[in-house]
Design a protein around this ligand. Structure first.
Ligand code: F0G
Length: 398
């Protein structure tokens, strides 16, 4: 195992503790000896283990098993949605319900690895900037590990459920007058100046090693077949890359064959990567004042943008943006046709899919998985606002 810069391909020792390439400033990635894994690992080894992120332990760069900090994350349902599929025009549609993770979002898959890494490094304090879910998850895992936790949040812009979580898990919450992008600059500076504080935003390549498991798990739950398209909401743009990497590694080790087309969705008020993909660019223009009802992905300058662009291009995928109205409509459709409650950022995948089907970029016979990243109850205020008045007008007889 080693760390490798995705830009200049310089390799570094896996035990190095920096977040970006010290040679060129590029993003880092953990690479595994996939040839060795191919020889060693068999599908039947995986079949005998219970569902969990740690089912895929062979692909996770943790050195000391005794340090693993876990809340039994992963193993979330992959739900076939025929009623929604019919409405949208897809014959075989699945929702990967990440709201079923311990703190209600996919972030737990990354934090189990990231916080374990913090213990391996012997740090006592962890920190992140967040639109809400990362802070909720980090606070929980830090509590379980006995670490101090600092979270920097954009004041007044974080959904209530997420804020409640960070507070009750005992994190030190710092609210700034600024957006997520500014909070991230601040926490990066803090962690650079104070070597004793470990940064656990998705810039940290170890966190993404846990998030790869969404890809492994989808293939596993489809009996080792891969779908045609996997639709993912993009904020800071790490998760789409991590999921792609999961499929890539399964393909390279012969566990499955092929890689699905990765489809990234952003809210139209915060869509720098969608613009770059549509214009065929390698780089992207940050959005200065991102705005959307989907607060989780209200991000204008995604640090992992270069990884997202690679995941989409390498898999032959695409990207689409959706309006707040389309997001709300999709959130209600998923809730009312399938009984699946997700937060607005997650509903953007359904909205994006709907648009792509109408544009004939996704076909009726494509097998599609939408990754719904966070639980409805993360943002109850939004849900009440958009649900509208209750329709039942009957009377209860005495
Ligand atoms: N969906 C939800 C529910 C999220 O909370 C996030 C990111 C994303 C999608 C996007 O994932 O950043 O990997 O592209 N939330 C971060 C946070 C930024 O601070 O909780 P990404």
């Amino acid at each position: 195992m080693w760390l490798e810069c995705i830009e200049c391909h310089h390799k570094f020792d896996i035990a190095s503790r920096f977040y970006t390439c010290p040679k060129c400033g590029g993003l880092l990635e953990v690479e595994l000896d996939l040839g060795a894994l191919r020889k060693k690992l068999r599908k039947r080894d995986l079949n005998s283990r219970p569902p969990s992120v740690w089912k895929y332990r062979d692909f996770i760069p943790v050195m000391d098993d005794s340090k693993i900090v876990s809340l039994n994350e992963g193993g979330t349902p992959l739900i076939r949605c025929d009623r929604l599929g019919k409405e949208i025009g897809i014959r075989e549609l699945y929702v990967k319900f990440e709201g079923a993770n311990p703190t209600g979002s996919f972030k737990d898959r990354g934090m189990t690895v990231g916080v374990t890494k913090a213990l391996e490094l012997g740090v006592k304090t962890v920190a992140c900037a967040s639109t809400g879910n990362t802070s909720a998850s980090l606070a929980a895992y830090a509590a379980r590990a006995g670490l101090r936790c600092i979270v920097i949040l954009p004041k007044g812009k974080v959904a209530l459920g997420k804020l409640a979580q960070a507070l009750i898990y005992g994190a030190k919450v710092v609210a700034i007058n600024g957006n997520f992008d500014e909070a991230l600059i601040m926490v990066r500076k803090l962690c650079e100046q104070r070597g004793d504080i470990y940064l656990l935003n998705s810039l940290n390549p170890f966190r993404l090693q846990g998030q790869k498991s969404i890809g492994y798990e989808i293939a596993d739950q489809l009996s080792w077949k891969i779908p045609d398209k996997v639709v993912v909401p993009m904020g800071n743009c790490a998760n789409i890359w991590a999921i792609y990497k999961g499929f890539f590694e399964f393909d390279a080790t012969g566990i499955t064959k092929g890689i699905p087309q990765m489809v990234g969705v952003q809210a139209s008020g915060a869509s720098p990567i969608v613009e770059a993909i549509k214009q065929g660019l390698e780089t992207f223009e940050p959005v200065e004042k991102p705005e959307t009802i989907a607060t989780a992905i209200r991000i204008g300058n995604p640090v992992n943008g270069p990884k997202a662009i690679r995941a989409i291009r390498s898999s032959g995928g695409t990207a689409e943006s959706v309006s707040d109205r389309e997001i709300i409509k999709a959130q209600k459709l998923l809730a009312q046709l399938e009984g699946i409650g997700v937060e607005p950022a997650s509903a953007s995948t359904i909205a994006g899919l709907r648009k792509l089907v109408r544009q004939r970029e996704v076909k009726r016979d494509d097998v599609v998985v939408c990754v719904t990243t966070g639980h409805l109850l993360k943002d109850p205020e939004e849900a009440i606002k958009v649900a509208g008045p209750s329709k039942w007008a009957g009377r209860v007889k005495s």
